[in-house]
Design a protein around this ligand. Structure first.
Ligand code: CU
Length: 126
C-alpha cells in the first residue's frame, strides 16, 4: 500500500511538471525581469523570451544572455548551453538547447548601458 501511494504521488508530480510553460518574474538591482516561454520546454531547441523594465518602462541599450547548466551526475558529465539574445521589438529572444530532461539551472545575465552586469539565477524543469 505504501509503495502504491508513493507511485501515485510521483505520477502526480511528473504530471504537474510536464506540459507547463515557463513564466518567472524577478527583481534585480531595480530592474523587473520576466523570463518566459510560449511552449513547454522540451529536449532540443527552445525559444526563451525576456522582458526588462525599470519603473514600468522598457529598458533600452541592454545586452542579454542566458546560460543553462546541469551538474555532473553519476554516469553523466557536466552539461551547459549558452545563447546571446536578439531583440525583437521590446522582447529579448534566446534559443536554448536542452540535451536531456531534468532540472536545469540558469544564469540570466544582462548588461545595462552603464556597463554593469546583473545576474538572475533560477531553474527550469523539463
Ligand atoms: Cu543531466
Amino acid at each position: 500500500m505504501k509503495k502504491l501511494l508513493l507511485g501515485f504521488i510521483t505520477l502526480l508530480l511528473s504530471v504537474s511538471l510536464y506540459g507547463e510553460t515557463v513564466d518567472q518574474y524577478g527583481v534585480k538591482d531595480g530592474y523587473d525581469i520576466r523570463l518566459y516561454t510560449e511552449d513547454s520546454p522540451i529536449v532540443g531547441n527552445n525559444n526563451f523570451f525576456v522582458t526588462l523594465q525599470q519603473n514600468g518602462k522598457d529598458v533600452k541599450g541592454v545586452k542579454v544572455k542566458m546560460k543553462v547548466f546541469m551538474p555532473e551526475m553519476p554516469g553523466m558529465p557536466y552539461m551547459e548551453y549558452e545563447d546571446k539574445a536578439t531583440k525583437v521589438a521590446n522582447v529579448y529572444k534566446m534559443v536554448i538547447n536542452f540535451s536531456m530532461g531534468g532540472t536545469w539551472q540558469y544564469h540570466l545575465k544582462f548588461k545595462t548601458s552603464d556597463g554593469k552586469v546583473h545576474t538572475v539565477r533560477g531553474s527550469v524543469n523539463l
